[in-house]
Design a protein around this ligand. Structure first.
Ligand code: SAM
Length: 233
């Protein structure tokens, strides 16, 4: 059986590459973006009353995972990248239909340059991610108090993050120019420790793209130091 689905929107995200994206939504409050709606789903009436909900479910394509295919078992980062579990017991992007599911904070509908956008935050989505469906989050049935979550136990300590004075000054300039709190975004992303499990404990330099900025940081024993924040021309 084969079905065809079409993207109804495209994500504009602060996350410009896979490295650095939080592992689930809700972890980085300063992560922001928007969904640009595509015809025939770019009609305002399709979103009437959606602004009465604080959060929405997004179903989307892990479009940047498709080329790598999928395997029946995966090594989730929760288990230190050592133990394998079945792919359906994980949230890996590498799945038979490459479909993802995230609940994000919803900030409302915006019209810009003839297009229609849904503003969102707390996302875990790459820039350019195709959205295939949108639904309101309804706590009375979606928030399950008695749910258990197997090997996924979220009690992780946050990494310590500090900035060089040069990096701090660049963030300030960026905020004045673009009205985006870049320092909070970088801090929250690094607090989650984006490194793959195999690289924990190494002292080395890393880089990541957030919005139109290249962020360079050093992993040291006691935490991370952001030493350069360079806007990309
Ligand atoms: N909340 C979703 C879910 O459970 O289906 C996604 C969880 S998945 C573990 C999150 C990771 O997917 C991110 O850290 C990022 O590396 C990756 N990702 C996000 N958008 C993607 C895309 N469009 N294509 C491929 N990978 C993506």
């Amino acid at each position: 059986m084969e079905y065809t689905i079409k993207a109804i929107g495209l994500v504009h995200s602060c996350y410009r590459e896979k490295f650095g994206i939080p592992r689930q939504p809700g972890l980085v409050k300063s992560g922001t973006g928007a969904i640009e709606l595509l015809a025939p789903c770019d009609r305002e009436e399709m979103f009437t009353e959606l602004d009465t909900f604080s959060h929405i479910w997004l179903q989307f394509m892990f479009h940047e995972a498709i080329a790598d295919g999928w395997r029946p078992t995966v090594r989730p980062p929760w288990l230190g990248g050592q133990k394998r579990v079945g792919l359906f017991a994980s949230r890996t992007p590498h799945r038979p239909n490459f479909l993802g599911l995230s609940v994000v904070r919803y900030h409302g509908l915006r019209k810009e340059k003839g297009g229609l956008f849904l503003d969102i935050s707390e996302l875990d989505l790459l820039h350019g991610t195709p959205i295939v469906d949108i639904k309101p989050y309804v706590p009375y049935s979606d928030a399950l108090e008695d749910a258990t979550s197997g090997f996924v136990q979220f009690a992780k300590q946050k990494m310590a993050v500090q900035f060089s004075s040069e990096a701090e000054a660049s963030c300030k300039r960026y905020q004045q120019e673009k009205n985006r709190n870049l320092k909070s975004l970088i801090t929250e992303v690094l607090e989650q420790d984006p490194r793959p499990a195999s690289q924990r404990g190494l002292q080395r330099e890393y880089g990541m793209l957030l919005w139109d900025v290249n962020v360079r940081w050093m992993a040291e024993e006691k935490g991370f130091t952001v030493f350069l924040v360079i806007p990309i021309e």
